[in-house]
Design a protein around this ligand. Structure first.
Ligand code: ADP
Length: 557
């Protein structure tokens, strides 16, 4: 950058020398005539040297600046992702996924561009400006003072920049919204098509795209003011130089070369000063993206290990909820004074209308949320006193919506235990009744299942999830029963696999169908966040007028 700045400023000397030499050659009587010839010959290699130095230094500074910016931004992405991985489950519910994604893609690009601009403007352009001004003062200081007019330009520009920061933030937030809407629309494509919602979706997204245009235009109209202001003031400076320069030459105070040298300096300065004038805008835009990035990086998790947390070693899997109450962030009271217990190996079921708090209980046991009051204990220890890693290691979750990653079948089962061998994976698949169907897939265990496992049926996905849980071999099993979504044959397969899985483990099942809870050791019937009845299927069915009996009658009818 230093070399590039010096080479650029040196052009003023080159031009001055050329003009003065030409002027000298023009007048035969001039005693400088002979010197002028030598000058003319010497100037060619000098000119070549300066161009070469300028070109090479330009190339290297550009590459180095990008290396710095890309590495800085790459590091930010890594930190954002690492922080997202450890941030609370609740923070994902708060912010639409698309908005978070746009921070990783759009905001990071903005910051990278800003960093490149700031690096090159602040260092290269400031150096060029300093060297060029020095060269101009050296050649003709009086004339150079004319350009102080330029400084006046910065007063309105600073004022405009301040307003631009708000507009830039607005634009970036809206891009997050668009990303989110696109993600929602594309992932719901099946529903969109079957319900014929294409036009409605197009209209919805069109509104967002239009809004982006108007938000951008607002920003651009503020940005657009900057250049004309600088342009006009630059023109005034040139006019000043020309008028004053003609006077100086005619009065014999300066050579024509020095006038042209100062004018060249002005032309060099003009784009650099303009860039410096708008640098604040770019910096503001970058800063507002940077703020959004650091929101992710600095996000504090509320659910972390207590300072004196000890690991839970080989737990037996006794689960107790004692007087647990819980309210979601938005104020929905999901659980009030709930007490539930399961000794090791017991199989208990949660039953109740939707919204009664069953999933909330399942979320609280692995500490996806922390209770407001009451305690949850495993083997008699408050789960807030044990390390999160050991707590979660003792739990397997098999839920209604199976998560499969776009990876091989073997890898998807292997998530249960990252150190498992292929033999372990096959054994788990066999125990989950999944081995046979996996072998019929085009590449067996190495078949890639596609995003969201679109190539697998609901029952197959369930059995992969069960194999994963078998591999995990945790003493506590949380089941969000999914059999309701399956056909009779898949259901009996899955049911058999589930029974094998829950054998010997403490199992807490959210039962959607009462037919599947008949063998539960105990059933907790939930209503509006409370446990209203407890007992076995037999006992509860007999209780005339009880909620369980009513639910059973409803399902039977
Ligand atoms: P169930 O599993 O029995 O259908 P849930 O535990 O999902 O019931 O829900 C219990 C209550 O908490 C409901 O009123 C539901 O609307 C509310 N709820 C569930 N999840 C959230 C959430 N992430 N934010 C706010 N309220 C929620």
């Amino acid at each position: 950058m230093l070399l590039l700045a010096a080479a650029t400023a040196a052009y003023t000397f080159v031009v001055k020398t050329i003009v003065d030499t030409a002027a000298a050659l023009d007048t035969e009587a001039n005693p400088a005539h002979n010197n002028a010839r030598h000058y003319a010959i010497a100037i060619l290699p000098l000119l070549l040297g300066i161009t070469l130095a300028s070109g090479l230094s330009n190339y290297f500074q550009r590459i180095l600046t990008n290396v710095i910016a890309l590495n800085a931004v790459g590091e930010m992405q890594k930190q954002m992702f690492a922080s997202s991985q450890t941030s609370d489950y609740a923070s994902f519910a708060r912010e639409p996924i698309g908005e978070r994604i746009s921070k990783f893609t759009h905001d990071v690009t903005v910051v990278s561009n800003t960093l490149i601009r700031v690096l090159s403007n602040l260092v290269k352009d400031v150096l060029t400006v300093v060297f060029t001004i020095a060269a101009m003062l050296w050649q003709n200081w009086m004339l150079s003072l004319v350009m102080t007019v330029f400084i006046l330009a910065f007063v309105p520009i600073v004022r405009i920049s301040r307003r631009m920061r708000g507009s830039a933030r607005d634009v970036q937030e809206h891009i997050g919204v668009i990303t989110s809407e696109l993600k929602e629309s594309f992932s719901g494509v099946r529903m969109v098509k079957t319900y014929g919602l294409e036009t409605r979706e197009s209209e919805r997204l069109d509104r967002s795209f239009d809004l982006r245009i108007s938000k951008f235009l607002k920003l651009v109209s503020q940005q657009a003011c900057v250049d004309p202001i600088l342009e006009v003031l630059g023109g005034l400076a040139i006019v000043g130089v020309v008028i004053f320069g003609v006077y100086q030459v005619s009065a014999g105070l300066a050579t024509p070369g020095s006038i042209v040298g100062v004018l060249t300096g002005l032309l060099i300065l003009s784009p650099r000063l303009r860039a410096l004038g708008t640098l604040n805008n770019a910096a503001q835009e970058g800063l507002s993206s940077l703020t959004r990035i650091f929101d992710v990086i600095d996000e504090k998790s509320a659910i972390i290990d207590a300072p004196d947390a000890k690991p839970l070693i080989d737990p037996r899997g006794i689960v107790e909820l004692e007087n647990v109450s819980f309210t979601y962030m938005d104020g929905t009271q999901a659980l009030s004074d709930v007490s539930i217990s399961a000794t090791d190996g017991e199989n208990i079921a949660l039953v109740g209308l939707s919204g009664s708090g069953k999933s909330t209980i399942i979320n609280l046991i692995p500490r996806l949320y922390d209770v407001d009051s009451g305690t949850i204990k495993i083997d008699g220890r408050d789960i807030r006193d044990v390390t999160l890693a050991s707590l979660r290691k003792s739990i397997s979750l098999v839920s209604q919506d199976v998560t499969v990653f776009n990876n091989s079948v073997a890898a998807n089962i292997g998530f249960g235990d990252l150190s498992a061998s292929r033999d372990d994976i096959v054994a788990a698949a066999k125990a989950a009744d999944a081995h046979d169907f996996i072998q019929t897939l085009p590449e067996g265990y190495d078949t890639i299942v596609g995003e969201d496992g679109d190539t697998l049926s609901g029952g197959q996905k369930q059995r992969i999830a069960i194999a994963r849980a078998i591999l995990r071999d945790a003493p506590i099993l949380l089941l969000d029963e999914a059999t309701s979504a399956l056909d009779a044959e898949s259901e009996s397969n899955v049911q058999a696999a589930l029974e094998r899985l829950s054998n010997g483990r403490t199992t807490i099942t959210i039962a959607h169908r009462l037919s599947t809870v008949q063998n539960a050791d105990r059933i907790y019937v939930m209503d509006k966040g409370r446990v209203v009845e407890t007992g076995t299927h037999k006992a509860l069915s007999k209780k005339r007028g009880g909620l369980y009996a009513r639910l059973r009658d409803l399902q039977l009818s």
